[in-house]
Design a protein around this ligand. Structure first.
Ligand code: NAD
Length: 388
C-alpha cells in the first residue's frame, strides 16, 4: 500500500467524510462516493470548512489545504473506484446492504484491491461471507471524529489473508493513526470492553444508589474520566448507545453481562436522545439548571470502584478470550475512548486479588451471572501473579 495508492471511500456521511479527509491528508488521492448528491455536496463543504479552520489556526498552510481538496474526486458511479487500491466502506449499518455493495465493488476494483468495512457492530466475516473473494475483506473501525481520534481497530475476518491485516496496520501507522488488532467478535475491543461504563452506571442509578449527577461527578473527579457515563451517553445519543448495547447483547447470545437497561430504553422511547434532541439525562435548554452531585466521598468511591471493577473484568476476559493482545487492549481504551489508564494496567495497580474478592462479593449479593469473574482473574490470583 503505497502513497500513490488511490483510496476509495463509500458513504459520505459522518465517518466516510472523516476517513476520506484522513487519507487525503496523508497524501492519497481519494474517491468519495455516495448515492445521494446532497451527501457529497455537504461533505465537500464540510471539508473546506474544517481545512479553513486549520489554516486560520496556523496548523495548515493555504497551499496544503488546497492540495488536500485537490486530491478529492466526488463520485456517484461506483465505476469511479476501478483504480482504487483500498476501499473503505462507511454506509448504513445493514448487513444485506453492505454485502450487496461489496459484491458490486468486487466486480469493479482490481484483483489486488483490499476491501475494508468501517462497521461498528456487524461481523466482518459475515460481510466477507457474501463476497466471491473473502480473503481481501477486512474491518477498519475508525472512531468518531475520524480525523481527531487516533485509534483504528483492524479486524481480520475468518477468511482474511493476514498479509492484508499487516499491510493495513503499516498504512495506518503511516497515516499517524494508532492501529490495534482485534478478533472478529461482537463489539471488537472498545464497544465490548466499554459496555460496563454505561451499563453498570445505569444499574447503580436504577438501584437508587446514586443519581446521575453524582455518578458522573464521581467518575470524573475520582475515576479520572473526561466525561461521566450519563454525559457521554447524552453526547453519543441514547438511541445510538442503546442500539449498540442491544446489538452486542444479542450478538453474545444474550449473555446477562451485556443486558441493556430499561432506563435507557425509556429515554429512547421518549425521544430524549441527549444533546441532539435538547434533552437526555440532562437538559440542554438555554439556562437549564443542572442537578447537583451529592457531596458524599464514601458513596463516590463505592460507585467508581464498582464501575471500574466491571470494566477491568471485561478487559481481562477479552484478553483471556484472545480478542486482542495486552498492549492493544490498553491502547484501545486510552486512544479510542480517552480512558485515563489502560484497564489491564489498572487491574495490576489495584491488584488481582482485591478485584476478584470485590467481584465475588457482588456476585454473591446479587446472585447474577453478570458479576461472574473472568476465569483468567481467578487463575492470576491462584498463581499469585502481579501482571497479566
Ligand atoms: P451516516 O448516516 O452519517 O452516513 C452514511 C452515508 O452512507 C450517507 O451519506 C448515506 O447516503 C450513504 N449510504 C447509505 N447507503 C448507501 C449505499 N448503499 N451506497 C452508498 N452510500 C450509501 O453514517 P455514519 O455514522 O457515517 O456511519 C457509517 C458506518 O460507520 C456505519 O457502518 C457505522 O456503524 C460505522 N461507524 C459509525 C460511527 C459513528 O460514531 N457515527 C463510528 C464508527 C463506525
Amino acid at each position: 500500500m503505497q502513497k500513490d495508492m488511490i483510496v476509495g471511500v463509500v458513504g459520505a456521511g459522518t465517518m466516510g467524510s472523516g476517513i476520506a479527509q484522513v487519507a487525503a491528508q496523508a497524501g492519497h488521492s481519494v474517491v468519495l462516493f455516495d448515492t445521494r448528491q446532497e451527501a457529497l455536496d455537504s461533505s465537500k463543504q464540510g471539508l473546506a470548512k474544517v481545512l479553513d479552520r486549520l489554516v486560520e489556526k496556523g496548523k495548515l498552510t493555504a497551499e496544503a489545504s488546497a492540495a488536500i481538496q485537490g486530491r478529492f474526486t466526488y463520485a456517484t458511479d461506483l465505476k469511479a473506484f476501478a483504480k482504487s487500491g483500498l476501499m473503505i466502506e462507511a454506509i448504513v449499518e445493514d448487513l444485506a446492504i453492505k454485502q450487496k455493495l461489496f459484491l458490486d465493488l468486487e466486480a469493479i476494483v482490481g484483483k489486488d484491491a483490499v476491501l475494508a468495512t468501517n462497521t461498528s457492530s456487524l461481523s466482518v466475516t459475515a460481510i466477507a461471507g457474501g463476497c466471491k473473494v473473502p480473503d481481501r475483506v477486512i474491518g477498519l473501525h475508525f472512531f468518531n471524529p475520524a480525523p481527531l481520534l487516533p485509534l483504528v481497530e483492524v479486524v481480520p475476518g475468518l477468511a482474511t489473508d493476514p498479509r492484508h491485516a499487516a499491510a493495513c496496520v503499516a498504512l495506518l501507522k503511516d497515516w499517524g493513526k494508532t492501529p490495534v488488532l482485534a478478533k472478529d467478535t461482537p463489539g471488537f475491543i472498545v464497544n465490548r470492553v466499554a459496555r460496563p461504563f454505561y451499563g453498570e452506571a445505569l444499574r447503580i442509578y436504577e438501584e437508587g444508589i446514586a443519581d446521575m449527577a453524582t455518578i458522573d461527578h464521581a467518575m470524573k473527579t475520582l475515576g479520572g474520566f473526561k466525561m461521566g457515563p450519563f454525559e457521554l451517553m447524552d453526547l453519543i445519543g441514547n438511541d445510538v448507545n442503546f442500539a449498540v448495547t442491544s446489538t452486542v447483547f444479542k450478538a453474545f447470545f444474550y449473555d446477562p453481562r451485556y443486558r441493556p437497561c430499561f432506563t435507557q430504553q425509556r429515554m429512547v422511547e421518549a425521544g430524549w436522545l441527549g444533546r441532539k434532541s435538547g434533552k437526555g439525562y440532562y437538559s440542554y435548554a438555554n439556562g437549564a439548571v443542572q442537578p447537583e452531585a451529592a457531596n458524599d466521598s464514601v458513596l463516590h468511591k463505592a460507585i467508581v470502584d464498582r464501575i471500574i471493577l466491571m470494566l477491568i473484568n471485561e478487559a481481562v476476559d477479552a484478553f483471556y478470550l484472545g480478542v486482542a493482545d495486552r498492549k492493544d487492549l490498553d491502547l484501545a481504551m486510552t486512544k479510542g475512548v480517552n480512558y485515563p489508564k489502560g484497564l489491564l494496567a489498572w487491574a495490576e495497580e489495584i491488584g488481582f486479588s482485591p478485584c476478584l474478592a470485590a467481584l465475588e462479593r457482588l456476585q454473591a449479593e446479587y446472585g447474577e451471572d453478570r458479576y461472574r469473574p473472568s476465569p483468567l482473574l481467578r487463575k492470576l490470583v491462584r498463581e499469585g501473579a502481579t501482571s497479566v
